[in-house]
Design a protein around this ligand. Structure first.
Ligand SMILES: [Zn+2]
Length: 376
């Protein structure tokens, strides 16, 4: 019933009964149980055919709270959200290069506690969701070799937070979370969506039929480490010629160091000021990412490509990426292709993580357990 209400929006009891095909008695019984568990809310009244007012029911996705965190190579963003993706509080932390879990995990736990207390939502916390710029072993709850964060390789991410907060902890790759954010924000389109994140590093996520495609070992969409023909530039992963070695935010900082650039923020600022050397470097990065993205577009044939990350949303980057995909990808894969910057700005990953929590907490098995009192 919740799945129907989430997919179709608010419905009257009669409409819901028609959709799920339960007897009236069973329907009323189950609705009562969902209401007691705080999962249903009233969304007003509608005139019914007999002239009586019928109550309209909706999923209550604003009563419960999630703590979400996007952990990067040089930053962490934490936010307190509800299951609809409303952001109640948000904090950005700068992290030192090559940071380690021993210093960062306590910082994240403390900041999370502070944020929850600030907005008075600690009591309704139901889950935590985390994104990292690497692959994730979902069985063990650890990150697998994010090449730019060596200290986190094989580090348990789930356990310290489960122990501290006593709620389930979900993990996701950051580019996958970004792709999911756009997918949720666009109203869960049936069409395939590719999200590309170009910040300090480069990653992508593929959402097919409403699910993120993680692949056999969680490596699906790792386009940053696809090879560019003829490039010998050494990459943070240890190999040579990866697109990330020439076109990531980190690579741009290196290329522009002589002009005084020290961070990805500096690159963004200079492009905003129209400084020719920065615009030229970013345009060239867009072309290189476009080359590997054209391959992905040809293989997956998506309808939507959404760009995120500090570099990915820069107009010269996006323009040159779009032109390259249009000249390199297979012609019919381009016919319905829509390439644009993510509509979520800097909240893309956060919204994706909130949606991930909603999908998990409102899944049939979780709800059944909650309603029958196995969880509370
Ligand atoms: Zn690489």
């Amino acid at each position: 019933m919740l799945a129907v209400l989430r997919a179709e929006g608010p419905l009257t009891r009669h409409e819901l009964q028609e959709r799920v095909g339960l007897s009236r008695v069973t329907l009323v019984e189950r609705l009562d149980a969902l209401r007691r568990a705080g999962l249903l809310s009233q969304a007003g009244y509608r005139e019914s055919s007999g002239g009586r007012r019928a109550e309209v029911l909706a999923v209550n996705d604003s009563g419960r709270t999630a703590l979400v965190a996007d952990l990067g190579q040089s930053h962490a963003t934490l936010a307190v959200v509800d299951l609809r993706g409303t952001v109640f509080a948000r904090r950005d932390l700068r992290l030192p290069a090559r940071h380690e879990p021993a210093e960062v995990v306590p910082l994240l736990i403390g900041t999370g506690r502070d944020l929850l207390a600030e907005v008075g939502r600690a009591g309704s916390l139901c889950a935590i969701a985390f994104s990292v710029p690497g692959q994730i072993d979902h069985v063990r709850g650890v990150t697998v070799a994010p090449p730019t964060m060596p200290g986190w390789n094989g580090s348990p991410l789930r356990d310290p937070f489960t122990e501290e907060f006593g709620v389930p902890v979900l993990l996701e790759n950051d580019a996958n979370a970004l792709a999911l954010g756009d997918y949720y924000a666009m109203g869960r389109p049936a069409a395939t969506l590719v999200g590309v994140k170009v910040g300090t590093g480069i990653g992508s996520g593929v959402v097919i039929g409403g699910r993120v495609h993680r692949g056999e070992t969680g490596a699906a969409g790792e386009i940053g480490h696809m090879r560019i023909e003829g490039s010998e530039q050494r990459c943070t992963c240890g190999r040579r010629g990866c697109v990330a070695a020439s076109a990531s935010g980190q690579a741009l900082v290196r290329q522009l160091r002589e002009t005084g650039v020290r961070s990805v923020d500096d690159v963004v600022r200079r492009v905003g000021q129209g400084r020719p050397e920065a615009v030229r470097a970013v345009r060239s990065a867009g072309r290189l990412v476009g080359v590997v993205l054209a391959t992905l577009v040809t293989i997956v044939n998506p309808k939507y490509v959404r760009l995120g990350g500090a570099v990915g949303v820069l107009p010269p980057f996006l323009d040159s990426l779009r032109r390259t995909v249009e000249t390199h990808a297979q012609e019919s894969a381009l016919r319905k292709l829509d390439i644009a910057a993510s509509g979520l700005g800097e909240n893309g990953v956060i919204v994706g993580l909130a949606g991930l929590v909603a999908d998990e907490m409102l899944a049939a098995a979780t709800v059944d357990a909650l309603v029958s009192g196995q969880r509370s």
